[in-house]
Design a protein around this ligand. Structure first.
Ligand SMILES: Cc1ncc(COP(=O)(O)O)c(C=O)c1O
Length: 496
């Protein structure tokens, strides 16, 4: 069937792409959303180069670039002398990762050992420095607004040269806190600048939150699998992680959590990542967030919400934070700008409900205030419309990279591999076939210059040893494609 798309500028179900993208990318996104929504189905013929030029008033090279870009992304195939056709994405054939057994007995609260295990993987990766590193969770530096941030930093120092030599405001720069409070409205959180404590990334916020509500020897309920940094933090604080089954689709099982709270009686806090959970990538439905907040409130267990990723969710409307349903100050909300604004500035923040004064005291006692020039730089940039443009561009790039990587995994990994492609973020969670050990894949991949995160570090048990987490924060290049081909070969050949 010959498709006659609407003019490029016509309103579509999806919001207009960021204007800063080159025209061919915007045109490609226009057709990509038609493919993803099913308006253009597999087997449909794409408009010809000539049609594209006429309908969208673009040049020959833009029309060609658009089609090639979609072809490289695996969305189109060129048929000799017939033109371009929509392809059946290979990843459509790959099954999503499995659901956990929520009825299985929970592990006894254990905590010793993960620190050594994580440090060992990090040390081995540093020693061999892989040429293609898919193990982190940050975006390639070029995806951030390098030039604009540099200018904002220069302006901050030019206007206030004494910034580097003066003492810093204890709870953070007030303009930065105002900007943060204003932006928190996007996630549905209504707070003032005085409710914000600025931190060194989300990890410091989590540390402060845990210290505010619990102490060494206490048990903390966490998702399973969970971010290995949280397991390290708990271990370093002498606290015990109780892992609660977590669905790759809907997040922590509220039934299993309720049962655990009733059974164990000594759970001092619950830590969750409701949006774009690491490593699963799932987004908890709003109804679950509401039930989770209500459960923690009813049982008088503080809820620590880790929201490091929600600004990277696809689309222009950020998912609501669980904090939105907090009526009593029982939710401590921790956020980060490291993934969205600039990993090099190590800025995070938190708003701590009932524990606000205690958190302020702990922040002062443990680390003192953050550097002020980073906060002023961030406030300069985040307070301008350029920040929203940057976020739209970043989300668009990540979505495209994620889909290209998923397509490559579907093509190169054995067919029994399972993968769920999340609606945002920088990670892909891959279930290996034949119960293959992620430790073996990690070692073999590193020998071939590829870094991956083995599933085993996301739990205190071995339960996730047959998973890998792969980062899709880097542009999809030929080298990356070839690395995924090699990785698929390793997974194919290793004995299960
Ligand atoms: C879920 C989660 N929480 C917290 C952090 C730490 O964030 P930051 O780098 O802002 O300290 C990370 C980092 O990867 C993460 O994935």
């Amino acid at each position: 069937m010959d498709m006659q798309p609407p003019p490029f500028a016509a309103a579509t179900a999806t919001p207009a792409p960021a204007p800063a993208l080159p025209i061919y990318r915007r045109l490609a996104e226009h057709y990509l959303s038609a493919i993803q929504s099913g308006t253009l189905a597999p087997g449909d013929r794409m408009p010809s180069v000539r049609d594209l030029m006429r309908q969208h008033h673009v040049s020959l090279s833009t029309a060609l670039q658009t089609l090639r870009h979609l072809e490289e992304g695996g969305w189109l195939e060129a048929r000799p002398r017939s033109g371009y056709f929509v392809r059946q994405p290979r990843r459509a054939a790959i099954r999503p990762v499995g659901e956990p057994n929520v009825l299985a007995p929970l592990d006894p609260a254990q905590y010793v050992g993960i620190h050594e295990q994580v440090s060992d993987f990090i040390a081995r990766r540093q020693l061999q420095a892989p040429a293609i590193d898919l193990s982190g969770m940050s975006c390639a530096p070029e995806l951030y607004a390098v030039e604009a941030l540099k200018n904002a930093a220069i302006r901050a120092l030019r206007e206030q040269p004494s910034l580097l030599t003066s003492p810093m405001p204890i709870n953070g720069n007030v303009t930065f806190r105002q900007v943060v409070a204003r932006r928190a409205l996007n996630a549905g959180i209504r707070i003032g600048a005085d409710d914000v404590v600025v931190t060194h990334g989300c990890i410091e916020a989590l540390n402060l939150a845990l210290r505010a509500v619990a102490q060494a020897g206490d048990t903390i309920a966490v998702e399973s699998p969970t971010y290995f940094g949280l397991l390290q933090t708990l271990e370093s604080l002498g606290m015990r992680a109780l892992e609660i089954p977590t669905s790759p689709q809907t997040g922590i099982s509220i039934e299993a959590l309720e049962l655990a709270i009733q059974t164990y009686g000594n759970i001092k806090a619950v830590v969750v990542v409701p949006t774009l959970q690491n490593p699963l990538g799932c987004i908890m439905p709003d109804s679950h967030k509401e039930r989770l907040v209500a459960l923690c409130e009813r049982c008088a267990v503080p809820l620590i919400e880790d929201d490091a990723y929600s600004e990277l969710a696809d689309g222009d409307v950020a998912p609501s934070a669980a904090k939105v349903w907090d009526r009593s100050g029982n939710v401590i909300y921790c956020a980060s700008l490291n993934k969205v604004l600039a990993p090099g500035m190590r800025l995070g923040w938190m708003t701590s409900g009932k524990w606000h004064e205690r958190v302020k005291m702990l922040k002062f006692a443990y680390t003192r205030a953050n550097e002020e020039w980073t906060q002023i730089t961030a406030a300069n940039y985040m307070g301008s419309p350029a920040y929203d443009r940057h976020l739209r561009r970043l989300r668009g790039n990540l979505k495209e990279q994620r889909e290209q990587m998923a397509e490559a995994i579907a093509g190169y990994f054995p067919s029994e591999t399972r993968l769920s492609v999340p609606d945002g973020g920088v990670g892909l969670w891959v279930e290996l076939p034949r119960g293959l050990s992620s430790k073996a894949v990690f070692a073999a991949a590193l020998d071939q210059g590829i870094g991956v995160s083995p599933g085993v570090i996301f739990s205190n048990s071995d339960r996730f040893d047959h998973y890998l987490r792969l980062c899709c924060g880097k542009p999809f290049t030929h080298e990356l494609d070839q690395a995924l081909r090699k990785l698929g070969g390793i997974v194919e050949r290793l004995p299960g």
